[in-house]
Design a protein around this ligand. Structure first.
Ligand code: P6P
Length: 339
C-alpha cells in the first residue's frame, strides 16, 4: 500500500491494522499510548534548558549509571501511561531492576520493554537523545504477566522503534511491515509521516565506534577499523567517523544515510564482558528496525541479534548494526575470515 506523506502516525497505524483482519486494535491502542508519552517527553526535553529539569537526580540505576532528572521524568511518564492503558500484562524499563506490573484489572496481551531516555549523559549538552521500545505478545497465562513474557527473542517482537528528541522529534517504528518515520509538528501536536518506508542504504557512509577504547580492542576489531580507514575505491575516500555517544542519534543517522555502529567486547571491560548495550531495551528493538529497513544486526561472534534468547532483563550484548554490505564485511573480520 502506498504510504501517503503527511498522514498522521495514528492513521498509519490504523492502515497497518487494516492489513491484519485478525487485529483487535490493541496494538494500535498501545502504540498510540506510546505516542502520547513521546509527545509529553518531547515537550519536557525541549524545555529542559529552561525548567529545573537538567542535571543529575542524585540517584544511580541498576546499570550503576548516574540518573538524570529527565531520565526519571521520562521513565515515570511512560510507566504511568502504560500501567493503565489496558494493553499490557507486564513491562520492563532499562532504569528499573525488576519487572513492572500493570494496574490490577488493566491487564492486556502485550509486553513492552523500554529505555526511557537513551543517551541521557548528553541531555545537558543539547545532543539528541531518545526513547526506545520493544513490544511482544505475552506467552504466560493468568492476569499479571511474568519475566518470561519479557525474556523472548527479538525475532518474536510484534513492534519496535524509537522516538528521537533532536532538531525535530521523530518517531521511527515497525510492526513488521517496513519502517516508517514520523516528524512531530509541535504547533499542532501531531506526528506526520515524513519518511515513508525507510530503507537503510546498502553502502555505509559513516562508521560509529568509540575510538578511545582503541588500546583495549581485540585484534579483529582493530583490523576492521583499520580497514575502514583505508581509501574506498568506490568513493576515493575512507568512511567518515561519526560517534556522538547517543545510540539512538548514531543509529538514526546511519539508518537514513548509511552506516555501521559498533559497540563490541574489548580487553578492558571486565565488568561488562558482553559490552555495554542492553539486549532488551537497545539491541533487539533496533535490530528489528534495521532488518525491516534492509540492514543487519549481529554480535562480534556472528550471532544474529534477533535470534538471541534472553536470560536476564538487563543482559548486555555486543552490537554491530547498520548497512548490510558493511555488516557483512565486519562479520568477515570478526569471524577471522579477513584481515
Ligand atoms: P560510551 C549512552 O549512555 C549509551 O548507552 C548509548 O546511548 C551510547 O551509544 C553508549 O552508551 C555510549 O557509550 O562507552 O561510548 O560512552
Amino acid at each position: 500500500m502506498a504510504k501517503r506523506k503527511g498522514i498522521t502516525v495514528s492513521r498509519q497505524i490504523m492502515d497497518s491494522q487494516m492489513l491484519h483482519p485478525e487485529a483487535t486494535g490493541e496494538l494500535t491502542g498501545l502504540l498510540n499510548e506510546l505516542i502520547v508519552a513521546g509527545k509529553i517527553i518531547s515537550a519536557e526535553v525541549n524545555m529542559a534548558g529552561l525548567a529545573d529539569i537538567l542535571g543529575q537526580s542524585g540517584k544511580t540505576n541498576i546499570q550503576g549509571e548516574e540518573v538524570q532528572k529527565l531520565d526519571v521524568f521520562a521513565n515515570k511518564t511512560i510507566k504511568r501511561r502504560m500501567e493503565q492503558c489496558g494493553y499490557l500484562c507486564v513491562m520492563a524499563s532499562e532504569e528499573e531492576d525488576g519487572i513492572i506490573p500493570v494496574l490490577d484489572g488493566y491487564e492486556g496481551k502485550y509486553t513492552v520493554a523500554f529505555d526511557p531516555l537513551d543517551g541521557s549523559s548528553n541531555i545537558d549538552v543539547n545532543v539528541s537523545i531518545g526513547t526506545i521500545f520493544s513490544i511482544h505478545q505475552r506467552i504466560s497465562s493468568g492476569k499479571q504477566g511474568t519475566e518470561k513474557d519479557l525474556l523472548q527473542p527479538g525475532s518474536r517482537q510484534v513492534a519496535a522503534g524509537y522516538i528521537i528528541y533532536g532538531s525535530s522529534t521523530m518517531m521511527v517504528y515497525t510492526t513488521g511491515d517496513g519502517v516508517h518515520g514520523f516528524t512531530l509538528d509541535p504547533s499542532v501536536g501531531e506526528f506526520f509521516l515524513s519518511h515513508p518506508d525507510i530503507k537503510i542504504p546498502q553502502t555505509a557512509k559513516y562508521y560509529s565506534v568509540n575510538e578511545s577504547y582503541t588500546n583495549y580492542w581485540h585484534d579483529s576489531t582493530r583490523a576492521y577499523i583499520d580497514y575502514l580507514k583505508e581509501i574506498d575505491p568506490a568513493t576515493g575516500r575512507p568512511l567518515s567517523l561519526r560517534y556522538i555517544g547517543s545510540l539512538v542519534a548514531d543509529f538514526h543517522r546511519n539508518l537514513i544515510k548509511g552506516g555501521i555502529f559498533l559497540y563490541v567486547r574489548d580487553k578492558k571491560s571486565t565488568d561488562k564482558p558482553e559490552g555495554k548495550l542492553r539486549l532488551l531495551y537497545e539491541a533487539a528493538p533496533l535490530a528489528m528496525v534495521v532488518e525491516q529497513a534492509g540492514g543487519r544486526a549481529i554480535t562480534d561472534d556472528g550471532r544474529r541479534i534477533l535470534d538471541i534468547e534472553p536470560v536476564d532483563l538487563h543482559q548486555r550484548v555486543p552490537l554491530i548494526i547498520g548497512s548490510k554490505e558493511q555488516v557483512d564485511i565486519a562479520e568477515s573480520f570478526f569471524l577471522g575470515k579477513k584481515g
